[in-house]
Design a binder for this molecule. Structure first.
Ligand code: FES
Length: 299
């Protein structure tokens, strides 16, 4: 008998236990390295990669696009339970297959810029999606060939694979934070009003440094008399921006994250290049007559 107050152990592993085992499965790493190198070769940093990450939309494109194949395939499998719906089911399966292509492209682009635990779960998520697409393709072929019954069985298998993939996608986003902004809480955690950060003469010219505002780490860049301050934790996955490269180009003064190359404007934190899709929290700055840099979060 379990002691009172201790959670009851289930006789089978919970889905989350399986997902956590996948996170800790180094056996997947060789395949991950191979695939991720391939994705980076085909999709080097630039406007094409930015579009797939969702930079122009301000949030990752994959979660929105993946709803189309999932919705179509779920509807097709449900319609199979009713008579006289064969034509509608076929149409939905075909629409799901067509819409799975952009969903796959955006997913691969995002996956190639994740950390290893996320990539392990992401790989199994992608394999489940590929199994679902294969089974629904076979289902469509069977239906067109007049094997309606086999087509329904294949669709049920495809929906099972898609559901497993969907669960792992949720684990990836909600538990492991892939796709979420890792800098979002910073603006809310900083105090209200102007706060002293450091003396301006302590800041090197043109080289980013990190300064603490209470327990918040801030990226600080001085260019002559101008001081720019952002959250130091990159919105993509929390990389240390002060270790990045400060560059001056046609987009103005920018910083490139050392982890996956996201580039932000230092004056307002807006994204110039992904994989980050959300603005880096930025701070207003002023230098007092006594040479003290004061900051205030931008609302
Ligand atoms: S942590 Fe990935 S780009 Fe900064």
């Amino acid at each position: 008998m379990p002691e009172e107050g201790t959670p009851r152990r289930l006789p089978f592993p919970r889905p989350v236990d399986v997902a956590e085992r996948i996170e800790r499965a180094p056996a997947l790493d060789a395949a991950i390295q191979f695939l991720s190198d391939g994705v980076v070769r085909v999709l080097p940093p630039g406007s094409r990669a930015d579009a797939l990450h969702g930079v122009p939309f301000g949030q990752p494109a994959h979660p929105a696009l993946v709803r189309l194949p999932l919705g179509c395939w779920t509807s097709a499998a449900l319609l199979d339970l009713f008579p006289g719906t064969e034509r509608a089911s076929r149409t939905l399966i075909a629409a799901g297959l067509a819409s799975s292509l952009p969903a796959t492209a955006t997913g691969l682009a995002d996956w190639s810029a994740l950390h290893r635990h996320q990539q392990r779960v992401g790989l199994v998520h992608a394999v489940s999606g590929a199994c679902a697409a294969t089974l629904f393709s076979a289902s469509l072929i069977a239906r067109v060939g007049g094997f309606g019954r086999a087509g329904k069985v294949l669709s049920a298998g495809g929906l099972t694979a898609a559901t497993i993939g969907g669960y792992l996608g949720g684990h990836l986003a909600l538990r492991l934070g892939a796709g979420a902004s890792h800098a979002e809480p910073i603006g809310h955690l900083a105090g209200i009003g102007w706060q002293e950060l450091c003396r301006v003469y302590e800041l090197p010219d043109g080289r980013p440094v990190r300064r603490q505002l209470g327990y918040l780490s801030l990226f600080v860049l001085r260019r002559g008399p101008e001081v720019s301050v952002l959250s130091d934790h990159c919105a993509h996955l929390g990389g240390p921006l002060h270790q990045g490269r400060a560059v001056r180009g046609e987009d103005g003064d920018c910083v490139t994250c050392p982890w996956h190359g996201s580039t932000f404007r230092v004056d307002d934190g807006s994204v110039v290049h992904g994989p980050a899709t959300t603005r880096q929290p930025s701070f207003r700055c002023r230098v007092t007559d006594a040479g003290m840099v004061e900051v205030q979060p931008r609302s």
